[in-house]
Design a protein around this ligand. Structure first.
Ligand code: ATP
Ligand code: MG
Length: 365
């Protein structure tokens, strides 16, 4: 990253980070209770960048949780963050195909377009217009010290663009335009949501209460590693895509990195790759990773990989069958997007009207 940070923009101390995390965890626990008893009082906002097909990491890390929230009866809003594709690359890529693929992935895992609005944020102008007043509510220093932005800028190995720097503000527009109150995140994404909460609070201080302050729902899910031992990630080419065939899945798992020790044990710190395979199998079977390790024991990595391949292919077989039917009907996938976009546009236009009213900006007759 190229920007020089002045002392006042230095990263938050470890203590500050811990305090923020503990407070967020407490809110998240309360929220989890409330979602079970009063789901209709909330709206969930979540989403993905259309940079490639969704994979096993998404399935275990977020998609299953989205389906769970949907079935609790909480309205879900799923943003396809297409403008954010160009935070770390120069072109948007084959968006039409990628977005149809994403919609197929969502529906195949059980997200239901009657309960979950799926929309690309570029298709909702009112959402994007919220960025202008929101940008006035945060300082450049606050954006520069955001640890998640720093990590993403470092990973992209390019100069920090204005779009990446303001990524959390755009996310605030995604969340607040449709009245989002619940944002499922991993711990590493908390600093982003803190920006949304800050914007909602400051807007209220300056102009009056238009926004509820959304809260993080902290997911207790593992980070899945890819076949190269790094975090499974669509832009790294180390994934097992939901759309992969059973044979492709078997080949990818066979090629996955492990270690030289023959006996299979579950030791996440010392043997992360082996532990990852056990975690995948455990998450899909409801059994414990230690129990699975004991079952394979002296039979070694090849036997473990056979087990994981069977478990993954069995779990994904119905998802893949539904997905095949869905991709055969691109007209339907497009109609889902048109519907979701209309739902969110109506909410975003109303929100923007209230924002401009509160700011004294609706004076043109
Ligand atoms: P990109 O390479 O474009 O960053 P990605 O594969 O890393 O894509 P994201 O769009 O960054 O995926 O991730 C969206 C969400 O999916 C994350 O916030 C996280 O909750 C979940 N997720 C992604 N990858 C994993 C993983 N490997 N393990 C667990 N959860 C994951
Ligand atoms: Mg990522």
């Amino acid at each position: 990253m190229t920007s020089t940070l002045s002392p006042e923009t230095s990263a938050p101390t470890e203590q500050e980070v811990d305090r923020t995390f503990l407070a967020a965890q407490a809110r998240s626990d309360l929220l989890e209770q409330e979602l079970r008893t009063q789901p209709e009082r909330h709206r969930v906002l979540t989403g993905d960048r259309p940079t490639g097909p969704l994979h096993l990491g998404h399935y275990l890390g977020t998609l299953r949780n989205r389906v769970r929230l949907q079935s609790l009866g909480v309205p879900v809003f799923l943003v396809i963050a297409d403008y954010q594709v160009i935070t770390d690359r120069d072109a948007t890529g084959p968006l039409r195909d990628r977005v149809r693929g994403l919609v197929a992935d969502y529906l195949a895992v059980g997200l239901d377009p009657d309960r979950t609005a799926i929309f690309p944020h570029s298709a909702v102008p009112a959402l994007n217009q919220l960025l202008v007043p929101f940008l006035s509510l945060v300082s450049a220093a606050e954006l520069e010290r955001n640890p998640t932005v720093k990590a993403e800028a470092a990973a992209s190995r390019r100069a920090l663009s204005g779009l990446l720097l303001t990524y959390p503000v755009h996310q605030a527009a995604d969340i607040l335009c449709c009245g989002g109150t619940v944002v499922p995140v991993g711990r590493d994404q908390l600093p982003h949501l803190e920006v949304t909460r800050l914007i909602a609070r400051r807007f209220a201080e300056r102009y009056g209460p238009v926004f509820a302050e959304p809260a993080a729902l902290l997911a207790d899910v593992p980070t899945i590693l890819g076949t190269d031992g790094a975090k499974m990630s669509k832009s790294r080419g180390n994934t097992i895509a939901l759309s992969a065939s059973a044979d492709e899945t078997a080949a990818a798992i066979r090629a996955a990195r492990t270690d030289d020790e023959r006996r299979i044990t579950y030791e996440p710190d010392r043997r992360p790759e082996v532990a990852n395979l056990l975690t995948v199998a455990a998450s899909l079977t409801g059994r414990s990773p230690v129990e699975l390790a004991d079952q394979v024991g002296p039979r070694g990595a090849a036997a473990l990989k056979n087990l994981v391949t069977t478990v993954v292919n069995d779990a994904l077989a119905p998802v893949r069958a539904r997905r095949r039917e869905l991709v055969a009907d691109p007209g339907y996938l497009d109609a889902v997007l048109v519907d979701g976009t209309a739902t969110v546009t109506a909410l975003a236009v109303e929100t923007l009207d209230r924002v401009r009213e509160a700011m004294g900006m609706r004076y043109v007759p």
